[in-house]
Write a protein that binds this ligand. Structure first.
Ligand code: SF4
Ligand code: SF4
Ligand code: SF4
Length: 606
């Protein structure tokens, strides 16, 4: 005979689960519907492709095991993993157990409340094995919960200095989430105590509680409470940060199917915003928080403002765009791009006319673009000119008269149309020169040329150019008697992935020292032009603290590859600050000008 697998207490869970699933189907369906035609095509094509398997692998590694958080902070990684992976295993193993031991057909909620309907009596080694395993998994989840509660009261104990501020609705739903597992433990323990069953955890606790509690009366209310906690959580989930749980999975699928964020794809931005769990990892890594005492503009708060449609103008502009938060964000949200897109939103669109910039073209092999910040640090510019002259390359100093800008500042200020017009003007002149290569001294200019100009010629940062000149023996250098630590500029390192070329250059001319704060973990100099409102004193504060951390190994020189970094650091430390171009110019060994250069009638434009 089919046993009765229904009791009214299952209703809060069952109904809320149906409501949540209905909501998610409509929500995700509406996102796909709002995608452009080509992205919709990618969804339908991608669904049956190998990329879906890759997405599932990524969901397992990042959504369940939280590999990226583990890399940043082990305790935090364990906390997230035990909650997510532990809960997942409880569902999967619970479903297998329920399927194995159900008599006849069973409803979908059966595995969740299995111990209520099948209290278990240690019938076989096999069933006892399942009971013990389920207890172990529950303990695993509870250990993560313990860390989560600890983190709420004293976040440093789990390795986080600051955690994100919660909205009241988040707190209510968080409480219901926290209650789910202790209530399950109580319900299963009381039932086990009554039936003298259960595993090493629920069985022992049931016996223990039976000594001084009326477990016969308490068991049924405990199952109701457990079901109600689940119900509250599922009903509240769409309105809180917990929406990230299902949405992050959807985001991973979308990305693996080739859907990319862009100004023409605000839907994916909505998916990314809803995928943020407010883990707060971006807070500690932000120097505005750790060095300048500014605690309300970090990416978690910016995303929160977008999510709840609050006024985001001030927060959108208050960011160095250093990319440190993006580098550690476990969900890989395109934080800089999203901020930039919203700056474009808040900036009034101005009519710009760049007709005053003379259109001039020269023929050359190499175009050199110093950038306005390099003009403000003339020692870098002069060093590059010295090196270019020694190289024998026929070059054109594009912005020698300082009248040109790459357009990035306009873009950072959200003036996208004006930036586009300026880019087009420069592009036209550069392409007519017939040059095979463009060299930029400023990493910001370099990134702009590489990404926005589509010049059809090689674009190099001067560190790459210098490395090549040395490798091709176009210049000769001697090793200087100095030790140097290399500071990765944000836009060159995290922004463009150029880490090795500058190091190779420094290694050729000085003794290179390493630092904890290097490559992806490099600090920002504080002088970023991307922060539109940061007071000078705060910028200096960040520069001083960064320098302090960079000089723990007592290098004689701090080498960098960005004029803005050099400018921000200069005067804030006793250690000498040099651009790598200055180091190379100093190490340059005079040699006869190459034949090619001699033959040029008009070899260089200075
Ligand atoms: S933006 Fe990224 S790092 Fe920051 S809270 Fe959200 S998921 Fe965490
Ligand atoms: S980009 Fe840099 S300054 Fe901006 S929020 Fe992220 S870490 Fe902070
Ligand atoms: S990005 Fe900055 S340094 Fe580079 S040219 Fe434009 S304004 Fe000047």
């Amino acid at each position: 005979m089919q046993p009765n697998y229904f009791d009214p207490f299952v209703l809060p869970f069952t109904l809320s689960m149906f409501a949540l699933l209905t909501f998610l189907v409509f929500k995700y369906g509406s996102w796909i519907y709002r995608f452009g035609a080509s992205d919709r095509k990618k969804v339908f094509k991608g669904f049956f492709s190998r990329n879906s398997w890759l997405a599932m692998k990524e969901i397992f590694m990042e959504g369940l095991l939280h590999r990226k958080i583990f890399k940043t902070n082990r305790r935090l990684g364990y906390m997230h993993m035990s909650l997510a992976f532990g809960w997942f295993l409880l569902i999967v193993v619970g479903a297998i157990e329920a399927h194995t031991f159900a008599k006849g057909s069973s409803p979908f909620y059966f595995p969740i409340f299995f111990r209520f309907f099948v209290p278990g009596t240690h019938e076989s080694f096999f069933s006892d094995g399942f009971t013990q395993l389920m207890d172990l998994l529950l303990l695993f989840v509870l250990s993560g919960l313990f860390l989560a509660v600890l983190k709420r009261f004293k976040s440093v104990w789990v390795g986080q200095t600051k955690t994100s501020r919660k909205k009241p609705i988040d707190r209510v739903v968080l409480t219901s989430l926290w209650l789910i597992f202790p209530l399950r433990l109580l319900a299963e323990s009381f039932t086990s105590g009554i039936h003298h069953s259960g595993g090493f955890l629920t069985g022992s606790l049931g016996t223990f509680f039976g000594v001084f509690l009326p477990i016969n009366q308490l068991a049924y209310p405990a199952w109701w409470a457990y079901s109600l906690a689940l119900g509250f959580f599922f009903i509240g989930l769409p309105f809180t940060r917990y929406m990230h749980i299902p949405t992050e999975m959807v985001l991973i699928f979308f990305r693996n199917w080739g859907i990319k964020l862009g100004v023409d794809n605000p839907v994916l931005m909505e998916v990314e915003i809803n995928s943020c769990p407010k883990c707060g990892i971006c807070i500690d890594t932000c120097q505005l928080s750790s060095m300048a005492g500014i605690h309300n503009t970090q990416s978690v708060y910016f995303i929160q403002k977008l999510r709840y449609h609050e006024d985001y103008n001030q927060v959108a502009e208050s960011c160095l765009m250093c990319g440190r938060c993006e580098a550690v964000c476990p969900v890989a949200i395109d934080l800089n791009s999203i901020r930039l897109m919203h700056r474009a939103d808040v900036s009034a669109t101005r009519e710009e006319n760049f007709g005053f910039i003379p259109v001039q073209t020269r023929t050359a092999d190499v175009i050199y673009f110093a950038g306005c910040m390099t003009h403000l640090t003339p020692t870098i510019k002069n060093s590059m000119v010295k090196i270019l002259n020694a190289s024998g390359d026929k070059y054109w100093f594009f912005d020698k008269e300082q009248g040109a800008c790459c357009g990035r500042p306009l873009k950072l200020a959200g003036q996208l149309e004006a930036a586009r017009e300026l880019v087009e003007r420069n592009r036209q002149m550069m392409m007519e020169s017939g040059a095979r290569m463009l060299v930029a001294s400023c990493p910001i200019c370099y990134k702009t040329f590489a990404e926005d100009y589509h010049l059809g010629m090689e674009v190099l940062h001067h560190s790459q150019y210098l490395e090549r000149l040395m490798a091709n023996k176009q210049i000769s250098v001697e090793k200087l008697e100095v030790s140097a630590v290399y500071h990765d500029p944000c836009e060159l390192g995290r922004g463009s992935g150029i880490y090795e070329s500058p190091r190779a250059v420094v290694q050729n001319v000085a003794k290179l020292k390493s630092s904890v704060y290097q490559k992806e973990n490099a600090l920002c100099c504080g002088g970023s032009i991307a922060h539109l409102t940061l007071p000078l004193e705060k910028k200096k504060q960040i520069a001083r603290e960064t320098l302090r951390l960079l000089t723990v190994e007592h290098p004689q020189v701090i080498a960098t590859g960005c004029p803005l970094c050099k400018k921000s650091f200069t005067g804030e430390s006793g250690t000498k600050i040099m651009d790598i171009a200055e180091l190379v110019a100093k190490a340059l060994v005079a040699k006869p000008v190459r034949e090619a250069a001699k033959q040029q009638k008009e070899p260089v434009y200075l």
